[in-house]
Write a protein that binds this ligand. Structure first.
Ligand code: SAH
Length: 457
């Protein structure tokens, strides 16, 4: 049978794709159905048909899966923020664990027997909602012309009006509603992407989970926020409010933040803790968004590194140095490498703030800094930790790591497909995959983090 657009059919969902979409098969033809859950029998409609597979829209759940639950948020389906809310949490975790295993098998060629032996229990969250310490809310208009804020619908820039996201902190709602009523009273226009006009673009809200300190930064398409004091007078009544600023961004771009921050009230930075370390965070700082799971990942990385206090450790892709500073407490010397100069400024300041003297940081690409240091200074490593972005490690970086011959490599990954590729390369060149563990840093989404230990044979 030839499949075509608008065909309506019934199918049982038997698998899940890498973004959490349901997968069903009819006579060997694969159909991806967003919002359908493993075990559902659904009626769906083809939106786009290819030779071997198609994308379909869920029309009706005929027989719900035993794993299907009522989403907590009424916008779960339309909003681009969550993909898995209709799936029971323990199944989400199972799915993510399997995704890591499948990638290591299919892409990496590791055997199922080995993976069964070395994979540790996945680490999920006790409370898989309200875990995000940061959110950026766009402002815009509804059909009636009222100012709204919320989240983008999946793959578009149309805003779903919602001040009460189930992943964020409860204070978001109060803060956003204060901003919306202030905008109405003072006639402050929201930014319009189509024309580049209007003023208020985004509100960045951050909360230190450990300290309770809150930061609000309003991104504006102009130099000044009119009647700013009226707004700050209200916002500062919220418990924990520590920093209120504007960020100037007059570019016509999808990049949310500009570079020019002007403080309106309070302090320039908030603080938060991960484990026993304190971090100072500006509106432009990178900081992990799920502090509970982040601490667990870092502890795992530290455990796999099994340091005694005599080791020299390199932390590649170190961001603001969070992992480096964790490691430094148990190593002789740590070196961090990161491409973004401001992140390294934060790393140096955070080392000082925590009295850590055995961590040194370099700005640059890992694949350039590491070979340079190796060729010119013959640097050494007992342990190398890497935490690259989704595209994984550059081959030049991996090749230098091999030359350095560290005893252990701890690979922290946010994309198990590139992890599988890189781990295979290391294992073809003298290393052995010893441990694998999945961490759920982003419940309700299809993402999964992995921490691996590789040892030199
Ligand atoms: N380890 C940190 C950050 C990990 S995110 C933490 O746990 O917080 C990955 C980091 O790699 C980002 O900070 C990004 O800026 C950086 N990065 C991306 N490409 C890089 C490269 N080629 N060399 C060095 N760092 C890079």
């Amino acid at each position: 049978m030839e499949w075509k657009k608008n065909d309506v059919f019934q199918v049982t969902i038997t698998d899940m794709g890498s973004d959490g979409e349901g997968i069903g098969k009819i006579d060997g033809y694969t159909i991806f159905v967003k919002d359908a859950v493993i075990g559902d029998v659904v009626t769906a409609k083809i939106m786009k048909a290819k030779k071997n597979y198609a994308y379909a829209r869920l029309e009706k759940v005929e027989t719900p899966s035993p794993f299907r639950i009522q989403p907590k948020c009424k916008f779960a389906r339309s909003c681009g923020g969550c993909q898995l809310q209709a799936l029971a949490y323990e199944k989400q975790l199972q799915f993510k664990n399997r995704k890591v295993k499948n990638n290591l098998m299919r892409i990496g060629g590791f055997s199922e027997a080995l993976l069964n032996e070395i994979t540790e229990e996945p680490v999920g969250m006790e409370e898989p909602f309200h875990y995000r310490n940061k959110a950026q809310f766009p402002f815009g208009y509804d059909k009636e012309g009222n100012v709204i804020t919320g989240f983008y619908a999946g793959r578009t820039h149309s805003i779903i009006s919602n001040t009460d996201c189930a992943l964020g902190v409860p204070e978001n709602k109060q803060i956003l509603e204060m901003i919306l009523s202030f905008m109405k009273e003072e006639n402050i226009p929201a930014y319009r992407e189509e024309t580049g006009t209007g003023l208020l673009r985004h509100a960045l809200i951050r909360k230190g989970f450990f300290t309770g300190q809150i930061m609000v930064c309003l991104v504006i398409n102009g130099e000044k926020l009119p009647a700013a004091e009226k707004l700050t007078d209200r916002l500062k009544t919220i418990e924990g409010m520590t920093s209120i600023s504007v960020c100037i961004n007059k570019e016509r771009t999808n990049v949310i933040m500009g570079t020019d921050i002007r403080l309106l009230w309070g302090k320039e930075r908030i603080e938060d803790k991960i484990g026993n370390l304190t971090f100072s965070i500006s509106p432009l700082s990178f900081f992990q968004v799920n502090p509970v799971q982040t601490q667990r990942i870092y502890s795992q990385a530290l455990q796999y590194a099994s340091l005694t206090g005599n080791e020299t450790v390199w932390d590649l892709y170190c961001g603001i140095g969070t992992i480096s500073l964790f490691l430094a407490q148990q190593a002789k010397q740590v070196y961090g490498v990161e491409i973004i100069p401001q992140a390294i400024e934060d790393a140096v300041a955070n080392a000082e703030k925590n009295g850590i003297k055995n961590a040194e940081f370099f700005v640059g690409r890992a694949e350039e800094v590491l070979p340079q240091k190796y060729e010119s200074e013959g640097i050494y490593a007992d342990v190398i930790v890497v935490d690259p972005p989704r595209k994984g490690c550059d081959e030049q970086c991996l090749a230098t790591m091999l030359k350095m011959q560290p005893k252990r490599i701890v690979y922290v990954s946010c994309d198990s497909a590139t992890l599988a590729r890189d781990a295979t390369f290391l294992c073809e060149n003298g290393y052995e995959l010893k441990k694998v563990r999945a961490f759920d840093n982003f419940p309700q989404s299809g993402h999964v983090e992995t921490v691996c230990l590789l040892s030199r044979k």
